[in-house]
Design a protein around this ligand. Structure first.
Ligand code: NDP
Ligand code: 2IT
Length: 459
């Protein structure tokens, strides 16, 4: 039987896209995380552009996966003991179609080109969804700040910036924090940039509020993630009140996801770090959260110490929190921290909503399990966009030389998260009233950048 023209075109395109993924795999064969991130996007964007010749004729997918520029450099520094150390520094300048490169710096032993390419790729779609004029980048180093003195961290940051400064700028590339890079590191990096360029500009975000930073930036990713989860709940006539929430991580994102969950009347029962997790059956309240903030941000201690102070809680060494019964799960630590088996545990324990605070914390098989079980699942590029969104607001305030109030920034953050939610619903609507937020975020994020790339010609 002869195929209709449309069907035959569909088949050709199916082959075209499996060939596309084949090429991505062979060209980046040692980059498993990057391949994972690309295949999640292509799964949804490929069918969307099937009938749109202009995206295909202009090779948008082929161009969008290739960083515009990647810088790799040596970072030498001296330890407190007088010994020499060398780390590797990176900046992946991924896409500048809709604004200067924008994205965080990660200091963690797992940092390599693969990790940063996946993060920079995710950032394209995330930054696009915010509606703000920000392109995409990511950088960092395999330097491990754990166990280092403040002076060692300062010397490392100064050395890192001594190379990075020539590649960045307020209108070129604006780095920020990520894992292992918080207020302390941004301060040292900013100080060195200012010294080298003799310029006080908004070249980094996440700065201290007294020297160009924005109120609500520390809270933004965690708060934004909970706002997003709350919008998903509202769509099905529900909310956070009295829900039990399982959170992984105990760093910047986890702390403020916990804080906003508590504000909305939920009970946060877990937090974790790379050594294990704590379960508090009474819930982490605001006082207990203050203890965690002091423990992690000032004393730089381990989450295990929570159980010494709060005796009703229990520590699980070497485990993640996904086996705990909950209504809402917010993975806020690191990529691939929640696999298919973890997803199955959450599903069988009745979890209804998963919103990613971290970048790509759920594996592809985990996502599939959630979607099959009709768990409402938000990918990080949508639900954790609040951090970079407030970074964008910090850039605006720096350009205008003004400081917005806490309420002003929080309201803007809330509005941006709502707008992202609505874009996901628009592009992710499926049969009946269901929304596939992965589809919505990928297509919604893609369109703006792809159209800008076409408008700007072959670059
Ligand atoms: P932090 O460095 O403040 O905290 C990271 C947390 O994750 C720590 O509790 C850390 O524990 C834990 N962690 C690290 N590695 C592992 C592991 N292998 N298994 C379990 N837990 C681990 O980073 P952030 O909170 O800023 O970042 C967390 C996530 O959110 C990352 O995926 C980041 O990319 C993403 N994100 C961050 C944004 C921001 O604005 N900061 C914005 C958007 C996304 P330990 O102390 O033991 O290392
Ligand atoms: O993954 C992320 O979006 C971040 N780490 C924040 C980036 C930023 O530029 O604020």
């Amino acid at each position: 039987m002869e195929m209709t023209e449309a069907k035959s075109k569909q088949k050709d395109n199916g082959t075209l896209f499996s060939q596309f993924m084949e090429n991505v795999r062979s060209k980046n064969e040692h980059e498993a995380k990057f391949i994972q991130a690309v295949s999640e996007v292509v799964e949804y964007v490929a069918p969307f552009i099937q009938e749109k010749d202009y995206y295909q004729n202009e090779s948008i997918l082929q161009r969008i996966i290739e960083p515009e520029r990647t810088v790799i450099f040596r970072v030498p520094w001296i330890g407190d003991d007088g010994k020499f150390h060398v780390n590797r520094g990176f900046r992946v300048e991924m896409n500048s179609a809709i604004g200067p490169y924008k994205g965080g710096l990660r200091f963690h032993p797992s940092v390599n080109l693969d990790a940063l390419k996946f993060l920079a790729f995710e950032q394209i779609f995330k930054n696009s969804l915010t509606g703000l004029p920000m392109g995409a980048g990511k950088g960092g180093s395999d330097f491990d700040p754990k166990g280092k003195s403040d002076n060692e961290v300062m010397r490392f940051c100064q050395s890192f910036m001594s190379e990075l400064f020539r590649h960045i700028g307020a209108n070129t590339d604006v780095p920020a924090g990520d894992i292992g890079v918080g207020g302390r590191e941004i301060g040292y990096l900013f100080g060195q940039y200012k010294r080298l360029k003799n310029e006080f500009t908004g070249v980094l975000t996440g700065k201290g509020v007294d020297w160009g930073g924005s109120l609500i930036r520390p809270e933004a990713t965690g708060y934004g993630c909970v706002y997003f989860a709350d919008f998903m709940l509202h769509r099905i006539g529900d909310n956070f009140r009295n829900k039990s929430v399982v959170i992984s991580g105990s760093g910047n994102v986890a702390q403020y996801a916990a804080e906003k969950s508590i504000h909305l009347g939920a009970k946060v029962i877990t937090l974790s770090d790379s050594s294990g997790y704590i379960h508090d059956p009474d819930g982490v309240d605001e006082d207990k959260l203050d203890f965690v903030k002091e423990l992690k941000n000032v004393k730089r201690g381990r989450i295990k110490e929570y159980t010494r102070k709060y005796s009703n809680s229990k520590y699980f060494e070497g485990e993640n929190p996904w086996s705990q019964k909950c209504d809402i799960a917010l993975p806020c630590a690191i990529e691939n921290e929640l696999n298919k088996n973890d997803a199955k545990d959450l599903i069988s324990n009745g979890c209804k909503i998963v919103a990613e605070g971290a970048n790509m914390p759920v594996t592809l098989e985990g996502i599939e399990a959630f979607l099959e079980a009709n768990v409402i699942y938000a990918p990080g590029k949508a639900s954790n966009a609040g951090g970079v969104a407030v970074s964008g607001l910090e850039m605006s305030q720096n350009s205008m030389r003004v400081n917005w109030s806490k309420d002003e920034v929080d309201k803007r953050l809330h509005d941006i998260m709502l707008q992202i939610h609505n874009i996901c619903v628009k592009y992710g609507k499926e049969s009946g009233d269901t929304v596939n937020y992965v589809k919505g975020a990928n297509i919604g994020g893609f369109v703006r950048v792809a159209d800008a790339m076409i408008a700007q010609g072959l670059v």
